[in-house]
Design a protein around this ligand. Structure first.
Ligand code: GCO
Length: 260
């Protein structure tokens, strides 16, 4: 990879970033984007094989990524992963809580187990991983950056995705709660709210003609977003450029939430 030549306010050289759920989709694009801005990146998912594959894909682009396979929703596994980082001397300066799942079902039929699974993975995990990362940032005294990935549903509900909507609304407020408690340690915690993005998670929606037409008609940009279009906001929120920006959510949605 070329030596980063970006503006110093956006240069991530010397920083280490953990991006959860980064073996595909938005997470993988953010891992690549942060690496291109100079960061050393750690790829994560539950499956070691998926982590290895993502590292290979990044290596083919000249990026040497580290890997850490663990379940972000499992408190013991998260603790063990951070203990391993400590043993290896890996110090995380930037955390992107990106891991997320979807479950589409009308709420009248929704069972507790599915509700809980989505809340655990999309919201509680960001608290669990965020806490471990922040404890170390505070102890090191050099501050840090936390980015929690929200959604259009951080702001507005859509039928059939209630637990996801509730979790993503929570993500917006989790960033603010983190900012409230950790800003004094020079930690900035912000959210990014992607619009409808072309990812595997949304494959069923992309392939649904009515849904695809709805996305193109409702969004002023008249198209789906691409994962790499989230990189600019992520680099900004990971870099010195955002050192006095805290508790915000930046929607990267083609203008969707700005219109009726
Ligand atoms: C859905 C999607 C959403 C969106 C996204 C919008 O079923 O509505 O999967 O989760 O992709 O989060 O911002």
């Amino acid at each position: 990879m070329d030596t980063p030549t970006n503006h110093p306010l956006f240069n991530l050289a010397g920083r280490t970033a953990l991006i959860t759920g980064s073996t595909r989709g938005i997470g993988l694009a953010l891992a690549q984007g942060l690496a291109e801005a100079g960061a050393r990146v750690i790829v994560n998912s539950r499956q070691l094989a998926a982590v290895d594959e993502a590292r290979k894909a990044l290596a083919a682009k000249g990026i040497e990524a580290l890997g850490a396979a663990f379940d972000v929703a499992d408190e013991a596994a998260v603790g063990a992963a951070f203990d391993a980082f400590d043993r290896q001397g890996t110090e995380i300066d930037i955390l992107i809580n990106n891991a997320g799942i979807q479950h589409r079902q009308p709420m009248l039929e929704l069972g507790l187990a599915d509700w809980q699974r989505v809340i655990d993975t999309n919201l509680t995990a960001a608290f669990l991983v965020g806490k471990q990362a922040a404890q170390r940032m505070v102890a090191r005294g050099r501050g840090g950056k936390i980015i929690n990935i929200g959604s259009l549903t951080s702001e507005a509900a859509r039928a059939t995705v209630a637990p996801y909507t509730v979790a993503k609304g929570g993500i917006k407020m989790l960033s603010r709660a983190m900012a409230a408690e950790w800003a004094k340690f020079d930690i900035q915690a912000n959210s990014i709210g992607p619009g409808y993005i072309l990812t595997d998670m949304n494959e069923a929606l992309v392939n649904n003609r009515d849904f695809d037409a709805w996305v193109k008609a409702s969004n002023p940009a008249q198209r789906w977003g691409r994962p790499e279009e989230l990189v600019g906001a992520a680099v900004f929120l990971s870099a010195a450029a955002s050192n006095y920006v805290n508790g915000q959510i930046i929607y990267v949605d083609g203008g969707w939430l700005s219109v009726l």
